[in-house]
Design a protein around this ligand. Structure first.
Ligand SMILES: NC(=O)c1ccc[n+]([C@@H]2O[C@H](COP(=O)([O-])OP(=O)(O)OC[C@H]3O[C@@H](n4cnc5c(N)ncnc54)[C@H](OP(=O)(O)O)[C@@H]3O)[C@@H](O)[C@H]2O)c1
Length: 311
């Protein structure tokens, strides 16, 4: 059987790491993982790793032309929403211009492009959303992502857009946090955390999303796909469920409204996705949030290794 060559950008990131691991579990998939700086995955076997700065147009082109992948899954992005507001030029260079370079190189070599986007393309007045619903981005990050979607979906390019919502999971290097690890670690350390009461999201297990991205690449899916967890809840409910699951004291969770928190970038109040299309076309079967937490707990336990024997 002919092997399928898959190039994954942002392989040091939360989703990128999980896609590399999901692809390693498949036969006949040759993996090229690219990310900024050194490889931060703990498993270094079974794939090629290269350092790649996405804003360096010539290097990005050279990388795609040299590897000639069958598909590229583009997870890398400037993902800090407030940083994008504070530094719109950098946001544009990474989230829009780099996608243009990548899409052009993919079109030239016939590579299929799977591009990651966000629920923030919506204004959050009418969630849960279908792929066909009207977009109305509220922030620099959201506008950059919507622009990048248009690039990938242009007729000259062959690809799809996977929109997702709050990704959670365990990462190899432990530098990067997400809502589940942040809540767990903060409460364990006795910290008080400000948690938003009036924003509603569907948290997405990184492994579930990675599986959908891989299917989209292998099946050369086209168009837009909504891929998230199935339960929509307030951020404070998410934090509260994390505390309950790990048996942590909830007094450190301080409820705040979006107005009180006054973050640099405006966020949509209520998103959530209708995920029927992904379930139908990509065999997407998300875990429940409770199941996802159990998977996270098992992974954390494994990473911690065996406890010291009591002698
Ligand atoms: N996380 C979420 O809750 C969420 C929600 C909706 C949509 N998304 C989208 O899903 C995708 C994956 O998210 P994620 O949480 O996995 O992101 P992440 O953990 O922040 O990873 C993004 C990766 O992109 C890399 N990157 C940033 N700028 C780069 C550059 N100039 N050159 C090369 N690499 C660069 C980062 O490198 P460094 O590690 O070196 O910084 C990082 O490893 C993104 O496209 C994001 O917009 C995420």
């Amino acid at each position: 059987m002919k092997s399928f060559k898959l190039l994954i950008t942002g392989s040091n990131g939360l989703l990128g790491q999980k896609i590399v691991y999901a692809a390693l579990d498949r036969d006949h998939v040759d993996i090229v993982a690219v990310a900024r700086g050194a490889n931060r995955l703990s498993n270094r076997d079974g794939y090629v790793y290269e350092s790649l700065e996405l804003t360096d147009e010539a290097t990005v082109r050279e990388c795609i032309l040299r590897h000639r992948p069958d598909a590229v899954i583009h997870t890398a992005a400037m993902t800090n929403v407030d940083d994008c507001t504070r530094n719109p030029d950098a946001c544009r260079r990474i989230n829009v211009d780099a996608v243009q370079t990548l899409a052009q190189a993919c079109a030239e070599t016939g590579a299929h492009l799977v591009h990651l986007s966000t629920d923030f393309v919506f204004d959050g007045q009418a969630g849960p959303y279908r792929e066909t619903d009207a977009t109305a981005p509220l922030s620099e990050y959201a506008r950059s992502k919507l622009e990048s979607e248009a690039i990938v979906l242009a007729p000259a390019n062959d690809g799809c857009v996977i929109r997702t919502i709050i990704i959670y999971g365990v990462v190899d290097d432990r530098q990067r946090s997400n809502v589940v690890l942040w809540t767990k670690n903060s409460l364990e350390q006795g910290k008080t955390i400000n948690v938003i009461t009036d924003q509603f999201r569907s948290p997405t297990l990184a492994e579930d999303l990675a599986a959908a991205c891989l299917e989209a690449a292998l099946r050369k899916a086209r168009g837009i796909y909504h891929v998230s967890g199935q339960e929509t809840m307030s951020i404070i409910d998410i934090a509260s469920q994390v505390a309950d699951f790990f048996g942590l004291e909830k007094s450190g969770i301080r409820p705040v409204t979006s107005a009180e928190l006054n973050q640099a970038a405006k966020r949509p109040p209520r998103t959530g996705f209708i995920i029927e299309k992904a379930m139908r076309d990509l065999d997407y079967r998300p875990h429940t949030f409770a199941e996802g937490l159990a998977i996270v707990a098992a992974q954390l336990k494994k990473k911690a290794g065996p406890t010291e024997p009591r002698l």
